[in-house]
Every structure is written in C-alpha cells, then in structure tokens.
Design a protein around this ligand. Structure first.
Ligand code: ZN
Length: 481
C-alpha cells in the first residue's frame, strides 16, 4: 500500500483524451478542486454522481498514502439564485444559507465527507476584483460600460480542453451579439449591477463576478496557481472549465490543473437529468427510498466517465445486492466472536492487489464492486467456509477486505446494523493537523509574496483555533496554545 506501488495511478485527462499518470505537483500530496453546487434549490441525484465519485477518489488517494486537500465551492452568486430571489421575494442571505445547509444534509445522508475547504463565492469578491485587474493589466480583459470581458482571442490555447476552435464559436454565435464585446466568444468576468441584484463596488462600478471567474479565484487562493486535479461533470467542460482555464492560465502563465477529470451524465429515459427537463429525483428522496449504499453501489457499477441511466428497477436491484453483502458481513460477525484481522495472508494480499490494480486504472469502480461480489460468492455460505481448514482466517480476511478496505474507499457497508467490534477508532486529530499544516504553508506563501493582509488574516484565524505560530528561518512552526 505504498505510493510507489508497482503500478502508478492513471486517470483519463479530458484535455488529452488519454490516460495519464498522476504525478503530484508536491510529492505525497494531491490538491483537488471540484466545482460545487449553485445554491438555489435542493439538488438531484444527477448532482450526487460527481459528489460520490470524487469523494471516493479522494478516499482512494488517501488509502494509497497521499495527503489530499479537497476543495469544493458553493456558487452563491448566480443568475439562477437572483431569479429565485426576485420571483419569490427571498433575500440573498436566507436563500444561500438555506441551500448550503440543505446540500450539506444531503451529502451527509450520502456519506460524502466534507471538503477540507468549502468556500463561498461571495466571500472572495475582493480577490476576484484583483484577479480581474491582473487580467486587464496583461491585456487579457477589457472593461466596457460597467462590464468586464475576457478577451478570448488573447489566449492562444483557448479551446484546448473542450477541443473546440474559436472560429467555430464565432460562426455559431447567435444574432444577438453584445455590442460591447470585441469578439462574439468573449465572456463576462464582471457583470454590471441591475436593480434588485446583490452587488459589490468595484473599479468598474457596482456589479458582481461572472460564474467562471469565481472558481478560478477560489482555486488559486486555496490551492495555488497549479494543482493536481480539477474535476466536475462533463456538462461543465464547455464553457465553464474552458473559461476557468483561460482566465487562470492567462494570469499565471502556468497550467491550472495537471489532470482534468469529468464524470458522464446521469440520464433518465435517455435524457440528462435536469430541472428544465422535469425528470429529476432529489437526493433525499432516493436516499430515503433506497438507502445511501444502494445509491453508491449503483453509481460505482458504471465507469465514472460513461453516461448512465437511472431507473427504479435498477435501484431495486442494487438495494437487494447491497443487502446481500451486508447479510454476508453479519453472518461473519455472528459466526466469529470478534472479527479483528490478525495478519494479512496471501489471499488478502492478492485481493488487495486486484483492488488497487482496478482503481489505479482510471478509477475502475465496476471492477472493485465485482471483487466484493466474487468474494461473497467464493466464501458463502459462511457456516460451510468456517467448517473448512483455515476457514475462520479466510473469513476474517474477507471481512476486513470488504468492510475496511473496499468499504472505506467506496463509503459502503458502514452499517451492518450490528456491532462488529471492528470499528477503527476515530482518527481524532490527524485531519485537523494536516489542515493546519496546509494553512500555515499558505500563509508562508502569502508572506513570501509580501501579501501581509492575507497572511495576517490566516494568522488571526489560526489563533481562533488556538494555534500559535512561530516564524523561523526554516519556515513557520506551530503549536497548540
Ligand atoms: Zn467551477
């Protein structure tokens, strides 16, 4: 279970269309950014797909020995939010706080872990203004009548991610071309305030950030100019990710992310699940009806890049399949006094190798799920296996494999509904410590850039957590005060 295993982790990079090895920017550490929800309604199970898949990828990278910094934002400035505010008379703070809270509840119900950082767009407006100013200074953006646009022709690499040509975009541009734009493909970085909209002061007048710039800003503030993985649904490739990439790389001159990962869409009756199509099922409805394990198993059964179709029949099947594994685990718990693994034997090592081989290869979760079912089949019925020589040891290995390895990575089989005695004690401080390490390094970076405003903000926030910083020649150390 070492990072330098026999086979490197490879993942399909949307930009090249090829499987590429995951080579961390900083050894031993993976920084990843996943585009989060726009907080204006309850999310549906189409949104559960990236949440579950990239949560599992994060867990797997940790299993493989990496420290993972996982950022997923809340988009709380957006047309859809404003439309709902105006239509139903909500105020900005109430609508955004409500749906952030409800999203968190849904994720908890799905067993999706909280990100290390869950920034809100509206908290990053000053940084956004600075980012846009930087783009204007470098000739990649221009202001026009209270709006600021990104100049698409100024970024030679535009279209590289989504494999589009700027000329084609121009040809496809609609007739209602904005007269303020220099090129039809140019897009808004800053939108001029309209009456009844939340707005902020800026050098270009009152207004708000455009959608794409928000992610560029939060990613760069929290993860740096270049990080390892940028992920999201494949409906975000164009224009959202193409634009994020153009903005960030124009400003920094560095690749924004080494790997761009995209999950396929969840469909129902052959069309993408979307509020506008009217074929949505809310996450909480599905969890209530089938349980989170069934929903997770169903998502893992298809490779994350492929489209998949939702049907009640399929969900019923996965509910039964999940129950089968839990019954197997329960039988082991009943047959053995305690299920602790004493030592891993060749059988477990071989299964573990199969598991990592599958997940290292573009995160092949269907194979990982199949491994669980092969194991259940191989060792059922439990009483019969137990009666054989070495049977007890084999059952312990299988229990450990399914519950503590595959189960932990894929967030499955947590509740076999009976005490197993195998619960790993809660890892009380290590997550917190990694986070503090990271914040301290971020502060160091601000200090080296002489951005004392941000470095002081971080020092004060850390003090609130009773973290005392000691600046020295070889970097900053910290202790609990
Ligand atoms: Zn984004």
């Amino acid at each position: 279970m070492t990072i330098n295993g026999a086979h490197p982790i490879v993942l399909t990079n949307t930009q090249t269309g090829r499987k590429e090895p995951l080579i961390p920017v900083n050894p031993g550490e993976i920084r990843m950014y996943v585009c989060g929800p726009t907080v204006y309604n309850l999310v549906h199970i189409g949104n559960a797909r990236p949440a579950i898949i990239f949560d599992a990828l994060r867990r797997y990278l940790e299993y493989r020995g990496y420290r993972v910094f996982f950022v997923q934002n809340f988009t709380d400035i957006d047309d859809k939010i404003i439309q709902r505010m105006n239509r139903e008379g909500w105020d900005f703070d109430t609508i955004t706080a409500t749906y952030i809270r409800e999203y968190r509840k849904d994720m908890q119900a799905l067993g999706v872990r909280e990100p290390n950082f869950a920034p809100r767009t509206s908290y990053f407006v000053p940084q956004t203004i600075r980012f846009i100013q930087g783009l204007i200074e470098k000739g990649h953006a221009y202001a026009s009548d209270g709006e600021v646009y990104f100049s698409v022709p100024s970024f030679a690499d535009y279209g590289a991610l989504s494999h589009r040509k700027v000329e084609d975009l121009q040809a496809g541009a609609r007739i209602d071309v904005d007269p303020d734009k220099r090129h039809p493909a140019d897009f808004s970085l800053w939108k001029k305030a309209k009456p009844g909209e939340p707005s902020w002061d800026s050098p270009w007048g009152s207004g708000r950030p455009g959608w794409h710039i928000e992610c560029s800003v939060m990613a760069s503030v929290l993860l740096g100019d270049s990080f390892d993985i940028h992920a999201g649904g494949n409906d975000l490739i164009f224009p959202h990710h193409e634009n994020e990439k153009a903005q960030s790389e124009s400003l920094t001159g560095k690749p924004l992310a080494n790997l761009w990962l995209h999950n396929g869409m969840l469909q129902m009756g052959g069309s993408k699940m979307a509020k506008s199509v009217g074929n949505i099922i809310k996450i909480r409805e599905a969890v209530q009806r089938y349980g989170s394990d069934s929903l997770r198993l169903y998502m893992y059964a298809t490779h994350y890049r492929s489209p998949m179709d939702y049907s009640e029949e399929r969900m019923d099947e996965w509910k039964r399949s999940g129950a089968k594994v839990k019954a197997f685990l329960r039988e082991i718990e009943e047959a053995l006094e305690e299920t602790t693994l004493k030592a891993a034997d060749d059988w477990l090592l071989e299964k573990r190798a199969d598991l990592t081989k599958a997940l290292d290869d573009d995160f092949n979760t269907p194979k990982a799920v199949a491994l669980v079912y092969e194991t259940v089949k191989e060792l059922s019925p439990v009483r019969q296996t137990l009666a054989q020589p070495g049977g007890e040891s084999r059952l312990r290995q299988a229990y450990h494999l399914i519950k503590n390895e595959v189960g932990d990575i894929l967030g499955l089989f947590g509740d076999t509904s009976e005490e197993s005695g195998l619960e790993t004690p809660a890892d009380d401080t290590s997550d917190f410590d990694s986070l503090v390490d990271f914040l301290v390094r971020l502060r160091d970076r601000y200090r080296s850039e002489k951005n004392y405003e941000m470095s002081d903000v971080l020092r004060l926030e850390l003090e609130k957590l009773n973290i005392k910083l000691m600046d020295g020649n070889d970097g900053t150390r910290w202790i609990r005060s």
